[in-house]
Design a protein around this ligand. Sequence first.
Ligand SMILES: Cc1cc2nc3c(=O)[nH]c(=O)nc-3n(C[C@H](O)[C@H](O)[C@H](O)COP(=O)(O)OP(=O)(O)OC[C@H]3O[C@@H](n4cnc5c(N)ncnc54)[C@H](O)[C@@H]3O)c2cc1C
Length: 386
Amino acid sequence: MSGERTVGTACVIGGSFAGLLVARVLADHVGRVVVLERDDRDHGPLPRPSVPQGRHGHFLQPAGLDLLEGWFPGLTASAVALGAELASPGRHQLYADGVPVDFPDVTMLIASRPFLEHQIYRRVRALPNVEFRRARAGGLRFRGDAVDGVALRPVEDGGGEHPEQVLAADVVVDATGRNSPLFRWLGQAGFPVPAVLRHPVNIGYTTALFARRHTAGGPGVVCALDQFVTSEPSRVGGDRPAGAAVYAVEGNLWQLVVMAYGRDRRQVTIDELRALAAALPEVFREAARGRPVGEIARYFYRAGVYRPVVDAASFPTGLLAVGDSVASFDPIRGQGMYSVARQASIIAEFMAGGGNLATGSRDCIQARDAVVGELWAETEGALDLG
Ligand SMILES: Cc1cc2nc3c(=O)[nH]c(=O)nc-3n(C[C@H](O)[C@H](O)[C@H](O)COP(=O)(O)OP(=O)(O)OC[C@H]3O[C@@H](n4cnc5c(N)ncnc54)[C@H](O)[C@@H]3O)c2cc1C
């Protein structure tokens, strides 16, 4: 931890993957970090209403796991002790239309998204200078061109909201995800509103859980992705089938995920999923042989979103965004959580180098956008898509 605290209070809006990681890195340099999250954060490792994608398989890139281990030493080992799997070479497999293809010799942590997020939450909540408040942020307060607070309404357990309050803060970090209200709030306060870039994706996710017949920690493949390169549309119902993935997650469950581009939003049944799995490699067939657990989850992802700050000089000081609020990518690429972690690491590097986020946030935003812009260009193909 750094000896000198350059900022008094930082407020992080959103206590999901991005909010948790940024709270962790801020805690090293900021006197007090207040995380505002509208969902109940103490409900355990379960999907949350505001993060519906949490019901679907989340692949964490190895570089993202390395960053997490740096902030939370021992996270991987403790996750495995609690039922997550380590997919070392030989335990993960990539296919193209059922034919094995080479995949880098990496080791990955395989767990559900709510489980991973909960392990991180427990660790961040234990930090002495981080506090969590169940509240919905409704806008920002400014003094001149500097942010100096957040308007919020505390949320009760039943979902009811209390009258508005203002939390004074020297730094505000928006981590509200892909539907971020940040640019709207800026417009309401009279600041220029930067352009938002969007790229059509239109991918549907269908996920089902099946009881795993073999105990966790045993041999065999625990994670596989089959990319459908030449498959017929009828195979999964979408206009353009994309692939299927299977993950051995905690709780001795298989998470079977089917992805298809197009506008078909028909509910897929267990029998259809089983029929699909029957035509896939053995690990998919094995997963679908188990007893179905819970409901089938569907998610439709319409478009990638990127909110770069092109004119940093007209952006308020002390204010920045992180995570999907900045950029959200076609989920099939498994970029999201890595992008979040990389953005948090840029903030960490900025502060470790002596940067003060209350006064120098614009420099930090430029460093962030240099990295996120590259990820966006890689995944979406261009930077100027309207
Ligand atoms: C179907 C699907 C599959 C995906 N698969 C993968 C994958 O395999 N690998 C991968 O790396 N990524 C994947 N992603 C992307 C990943 O889910 C996101 O990148 C990640 O969740 C971003 O985290 P975040 O904290 O920025 O936003 P979110 O997780 O969306 O969280 C935003 C948080 O802000 C809170 N919030 C919002 N507004 C307010 C407010 N006004 N006041 C208080 N709180 C507020 C919400 O309650 C929520 O908790 C997938 C995404 C989708 C849609």
